[in-house]
Design a protein around this ligand. Structure first.
Ligand SMILES: NC(=O)c1ccc[n+]([C@@H]2O[C@H](COP(=O)([O-])OP(=O)(O)OC[C@H]3O[C@@H](n4cnc5c(N)ncnc54)[C@H](O)[C@@H]3O)[C@@H](O)[C@H]2O)c1
Length: 359
């Protein structure tokens, strides 16, 4: 299939597909949107008309999309509860796939999916999107080249605000454990876990976590009345990582005034790096560094311009992976599997109040 246009079949035509996947497919010279699927027939019809997909290539059942001979690779953008079965079906059909995070509902499913994918040697990508932020890639390069020495501490915050009572967000699938797995943890915390691991290059060895739910009931999406929220609104956790790195995380949907705010501070023996996303309205990803004695004595952090080579695009990376020209930086199903184990460890720790060792 090398260097031919890859015909993509997308499953799940919601916010992330509309906002990120579809534009990414359209932008890539190596990808073409060939077929679409959603269980919501009206959404399917509207997307079909908007993106020029004829009725023969619109499906309400993902099995039909995967079986379609005009689909070379599967793009999985559904709610979390459907990821596993769709990805397993893609693997069974021998089709490469990309998959949204968190990859599955449990670590056991993640093991099964990773094992099946690897057994077939299928190209794959997990959409840990922040790996494509140029500032994160630059931070990783600086660390890899030894600029900040030995890493002691990482402190990561990921704050959104739409859980706050005044936002009046209804009981969407993200608040229902059976459909999402976990709340802020699997939604935002899994990104933070992956990003810290990606930037530092260090593995997690053990984790301890605390989760909480401020709003216990939300108005039902369909029909009258309220329904229970059975997942976390926020989670705080600490991790020991290899080589003595100590990391802490604060993750919430209750960060008043925040949009999609991230901040990662990394402190080493010879320097420090601060990565931010959306620190101010309209601000993209940025990094500041303090490296060397003169700067350290002045407590001076300086914003760095980001080199062009750090720029990349998620859906183009999927095409490159299929074409065998990937840069090795996108997350694989193995990264997704490792991530899911960390998520499960935090949930288990939040219940027991104890540290959980990772195998
Ligand atoms: N990488 C990121 O930064 C990022 C950001 C947002 C969301 N996400 C992930 O993307 C996924 C989707 O999130 P969203 O915000 O787009 O949700 P959404 O609710 O807007 O869209 C999900 C869509 O999937 C469809 N769907 C559900 N089950 C299906 C099935 N079995 N077959 C076909 N279609 C099905 C729904 O009808 C809906 O249209 C989630 O896993 C979420 O965690 C990732």
């Amino acid at each position: 299939m090398a260097n031919q246009v890859i015909r993509i079949g997308s499953v799940g035509l919601g916010a992330i597909w509309t906002g990120v996947h579809e534009p990414g497919i359209r932008k890539s010279p190596d990808l073409e949107l060939a077929a679409i699927c959603d269980i919501d027939a009206e959404k399917l019809r509207l997307a079909g008309e908007k993106y020029g997909i004829d009725e023969a290539h619109r499906f309400t059942d993902y099995r039909d999309l995967i079986a379609c001979p005009d689909v070379d690779a599967v793009d999985i953008c559904t709610s979390n509860d459907a990821h596993f079965e769709i990805a397993m079906a893609a693997v069974e059909a021998g089709k490469p796939y990309d998959i949204e995070k968190p990859i599955t509902m449990t670590a056991a499913q993640a093991d099964e999916l990773a094992q099946a994918t690897q057994a077939k040697g299928l190209p794959n990508m997990v959409c840990f999107s922040y790996r494509f932020k140029a500032a994160a890639r630059y931070a990783r390069e600086l660390i890899e080249s030894g600029k900040i020495g030995r890493i002691y501490h990482v402190d990561m915050q990921y704050f959104q605000a739409w859980g706050l009572p005044h936002c009046d967000t209804p009981r969407v699938w993200r608040f229902i454990k059976a459909r999402t797995g976990s709340g802020a943890l699997g939604d935002l915390g899994c990104h933070a876990l992956d990003l810290v691991r990606f930037v530092t290059g260090k593995a997690y060895t053990r984790l301890v976590g605390h989760t909480g739910t401020y709003v216990q009931e939300r108005r039902n999406l369909e029909g009258p009345g309220m329904g229970p929220v059975d997942v976390d609104d926020f989670c705080n956790y600490m991790a020991d990582m290899e080589d003595g790195v100590s990391a802490s995380f604060q993750i919430t949907r209750f960060g008043y005034g925040r949009g999609n705010y991230q901040r990662m501070e990394i402190y080493g023996s010879e320097g420090a790096i601060v990565y931010t996303l959306e620190a101010q309205p309209g601000c993209a990803d940025e990094i500041e560094v303090c490296i060397g004695d003169v700067y350290a004595q002045a407590h001076a952090f300086t914003k760095l311009p980001i080199p062009e080579q750090c720029r990349s695009e998620q859906m183009q990376s999927f095409a490159d992976i299929i074409n065998g020209t990937g840069d090795g930086k996108a997350a694989t199903i193995e990264d997704g599997r490792i991530n899911q184990h960390a998520v499960d460890a935090i949930l288990s720790s939040a219940e027991s109040g104890r540290w959980v060792e990772l195998a």
